[in-house]
Write a protein that binds this ligand. Structure first.
Ligand code: NDP
Ligand code: GDR
Length: 355
């Protein structure tokens, strides 16, 4: 039985990866940081499952605290470490740049050094959660494993260090250390302030009469959105290779935030009309085919707020995952319409229950 250690196990990807590895028979350990509320909603179904009790373990630790990282790695002696923990919000990184660098850049080094200090370089494989935010101001379309990086946020710059220190430890110490360069991936478990989840929450609350208007920032930004479940599978596949290599995971399709908004409203039978440009843009209900929702034609449902614009933006991301498809036989099961459908169905149910 293999043993895996997942940092960031309470996050979106941590939850999907933990479930996947448990299904595959792994012994799974996760690092959770202390917070005033439990914050384990995404993994409670695993933690409180009697059948998994002897294979699923949580440890308190923090990416900014070397001693906790060394202690946990020494205790767990993992075959595989998946480093998913990070201050992962791009906009928040402009407000907390130093903390973001500590957790997202030096945090990676802390784990790599722990592996080395504990003499685990031959035993423990290491996965770093790298990101399409490394491409930032994109230098080529579509982006591949060899496209030059140009990060556009403190988050992107911190992740750039994480990327290179992983490559460096692979080359310097012959460690199985790899980067998954993952493009945006979403799900019903997505954090509530990332744009896709913010949109599905907003649409559901407007349809249920809880809120009137959804406030957003840059509607022109384009992202390559996949499903987190497919990407968790890709992370595991990368770690099963003989040779350590970096891989891009992406869908190869890019969509604007505006089109994601249209798709989410469309899921519940509402079409929108957009008027105005830039910060003046607004969207109104153009038609509503679902009699369950009492939305007047012409009602304002989306507006722009300057608060949600970033000091520097990543305008367009579109990835090419040909290497992962060929070498790993990675086959994503979801496309964007299927992702939006699943997110909207889950959101309607969740918001109705909350109401
Ligand atoms: P989430 O924000 O959902 O989860 C981040 C996790 O990291 C949470 O468990 C969080 O804990 C934990 N964490 C944050 N800071 C610390 C810290 N100082 N010490 C210990 N744990 C900490 O992110 P995702 O699941 O979406 O992403 C997983 C990883 O993949 C991240 O590194 C992200 O940067 C990267 N990534 C994500 C992509 C995406 O589209 N989702 C794309 C490419 C890369 P808590 O629950 O307590 O907040
Ligand atoms: P991103 O995701 O920055 O790509 O990082 P996010 O969903 O936050 O933003 C995507 C795009 O939408 C625009 N946008 C808004 N974003 C948010 N959050 N809120 C809004 O109201 C809003 N309006 C418009 C943004 O400007 C941006 O262009 C995610 C994170 O998961 C990272 O950790 C990960 O590395 C990258 O994806 C790949």
């Amino acid at each position: 039985m293999k043993t895996a250690l997942i940092t960031g196990i309470t996050g979106q990807d941590g939850a999907y990866l933990a479930e996947l590895l448990l299904e595959k028979g792994y012994n799974v350990h996760g690092i959770k940081r202390r917070s005033s509320l439990m914050n384990t909603d995404r993994i409670d179904h695993l933690f409180f499952n009697d059948k998994l009790a002897d294979r699923f373990h949580l440890h308190y630790g923090d990416m900014t605290d070397s001693s906790s990282i060394i202690r946990i790695i020494q205790q767990v002696q993992p075959d595989e470490i998946y480093n998913l923990a990070a201050q992962s919000h791009v906009q928040v990184s402009f407000e907390t740049p130093e903390y973001t660098a500590n957790a997202d850049a030096i945090g990676v080094l802390r784990i790599l050094e722990a592996i080395r200090i504990l003499g685990l370089t031959k035993k423990t494989k290491f996965y770093q959660a790298s990101t399409s935010e490394l491409y930032g101001k994109v230098q080529a379309i579509p982006q591949t494993e060899t496209t030059p990086f140009y990060p556009r946020s403190p988050y992107g710059v911190a992740k750039l260090y994480g990327y290179w220190i992983t490559v460096n430890y692979r080359e310097a110490y012959d460690l199985f250390a790899i980067n998954g360069i993952l493009f945006n991936h979403e799900s019903p478990l997505r954090g509530e302030s990332f744009v896709t989840r913010k949109i599905t929450i907003g649409v559901a609350q407007i349809a249920l009469g809880i809120e009137d208007t959804l406030l957003l920032g840059n509607l022109d930004a384009k992202r390559d959105w996949g499903h987190a479940k497919d990407y968790a599978e890709g992370m595991w596949l990368m770690m099963q290779q003989e040779k350590p290599e970096d891989f891009v995971l992406a869908t190869g399709i890019t969509t604007s935030v505006r089109d994601f908004v249209k798709m989410a409203f469309g899921e519940i039978g509402i079409t929108l009309e957009f008027k105005g440009i830039g910060e003046e843009e607004k969207a109104y209900v153009a038609s509503c085919s679902n009699p369950k929702y009492q939305l007047e034609i012409g009602k304002l449902v989306v507006a722009i707020h300057p608060r949600y614009f970033r000091p520097a933006e990543v305008d367009l991301l579109i990835g090419d995952a040909a290497k992962a498809k060929t070498k790993l036989n990675w086959q994503p099961k979801y496309d964007l319409p299927a992702l939006v459908k699943e997110m909207m169905a889950a959101e309607m149910e969740y918001q109705a229950r909350k109401k």
